[in-house]
Write a protein that binds this ligand. Structure first.
Ligand code: PLP
Length: 394
């Protein structure tokens, strides 16, 4: 019977790792990875995480199931950080196995509604949105967000495109450190976007994956706070994979703000969708997060480690921009220093991107996404030279 199974597309990030492994060159460089790496190319366990884990081992008394929507304490402590304790009341919350499951649960809920709304997406955007929405059966449409060759946000086109949305449609946007572009809206653009959504009755759906990697943990929660304070209905999906470096431990959450008359029904809907799909969330990662956020000393340690990760990424970005001007007398990559987070898109055509891998052994995600956190000091000149080389050819 399995001969009838169709050929599924392979995720471009996963296939990037395969291509890299097959490349026999010793001086190859893998910029496809989607995780933070330090200057030695390692993704270490944070000290605050190790301490919290030890505490959990010493004190955990049961491994029975949690509620379908997880541990209410985790949701409360995390929600207070993200939207503020005073704003939490109108939210239905669920602990999820990372952000991907929060997105999938919400997508299922949207698809199962009578007369389902359309979800509007930024282009380009996180590569797993379309597979998640498609698997759930959600109707979606894409709007322009960023032009990699011009290195700029297409804000007017985005706002213009949103005029096609109907009241009750959803706009799925990212918080800080936009993946894959690294290009975040300015505060003025974000304010204008919220005005537009408010006027048109479009419901914000914000996905937060890189809190703490742009300015600071507290400052990076600001977009979600503004949305939560202003809109009577909104959706917030969160992954803590990056901010706590606990990728495989799967900590995330879904927060949905509802009108009072819808809240109990929404709570039941979220529980039913969790039950039929991902079922109970894993406890370990979320318990680590809850332990750290609930302890002043651990939280201070974690924030300093998060700050170091943020600083490293910002330093690499600045070094690329400065090295290009100082050693190459050109300024084509200066935009990288103005963007934030681990990812940016190189300003290359598809042919130039292929030449970067073929001629120089530099592997990037299809579409030009690179992880700047993967670059050690010694890689930077090599990357700049290679980009110049393929740009002049293409
Ligand atoms: C924008 C965005 N949202 C959600 C996720 C999902 O993260 P996870 O499945 O690790 O929780 C990612 C992961 O890379 C992401 O970049």
């Amino acid at each position: 019977m399995f001969e009838k199974v169709e050929d599924y597309p392979v995720d471009p990030i996963m296939i990037g790792a395969d291509y890299f492994a097959q490349d026999p060159r010793t001086d190859k460089l893998n910029l496809t990875v989607g995780i933070y790496q330090d200057a030695d190319g390692k993704t270490p366990v944070l000290k605050a995480v190790k301490l919290a884990e030890q505490r959990l081992i010493d004190t955990q008394t049961s491994k029975s199931y949690l509620a379908l929507t997880g541990d209410p304490d985790y949701c409360r402590v995390l929600g207070a950080e993200i939207v503020g304790a005073d704003n939490l009341g109108p939210f239905v919350a669920a602990q999820t196995a990372g952000g991907a499951v929060a997105l999938r649960v919400m997508a299922e809920l949207v698809a199962q509604m009578p007369d389902p709304p359309t979800v509007w997406l930024q282009t380009p955007t996180y590569g797993n949105y379309i597979p998640i929405l498609t698997a759930a059966g959600v109707r979606f449409k894409s709007l322009p967000y960023y032009d990699p060759l011009k290195r700029e946000i297409l804000f007017d086109q985005l706002l213009d495109g949103l005029k096609q949305a109907r009241p009750g449609d959803l706009f799925l946007m990212q918080g800080v450190c936009h993946n894959p572009t690294g290009a975040d809206m300015s505060p003025a653009q974000f304010a204008a976007l919220l005005d537009e959504m408010d006027t048109r009755g479009i419901i914000p759906w914000i996905d937060l994956a890189y809190l703490g990697f742009a300015q600071s943990w507290a400052a990076d929660c600001d977009m979600a706070r503004k949305i939560a304070a202003r809109f009577p209905e909104c959706i917030i999906c969160i992954t803590l994979s990056k901010s706590f470096g606990i990728y495989r431990d799967r900590a995330g959450a879904l927060f949905v703000k509802t009108k009072p008359s819808d809240r109990a029904r929404m709570q039941r809907a979220v529980s039913a969708i969790v039950r039929a799909g991902p079922s109970h969330a894993p406890d370990h990662g979320p318990s680590v997060v809850r332990t750290i956020l609930g302890d002043t000393d651990l939280k201070t340690l974690w924030l300093s480690e998060l700050n170091q990760m943020r600083q490293r990424v910002a330093d690499v970005r600045r070094t690329i921009a400065e090295t290009e001007i100082r050693d190459f007398g050109r300024d084509t990559l200066g935009y990288l220093a103005k963007q934030s987070g681990m990812f940016s898109i190189l300003p290359l055509t598809a042919d130039q991107e292929m030449a970067l891998t073929r001629e120089h052994g530099i592997h990037v995600v299809k579409g030009g996404r690179v992880n700047v956190a993967r670059l050690a000091d010694g890689d930077i000149s090599h990357l700049i030279r290679a980009i110049h080389d393929v740009s002049s050819v293409g």
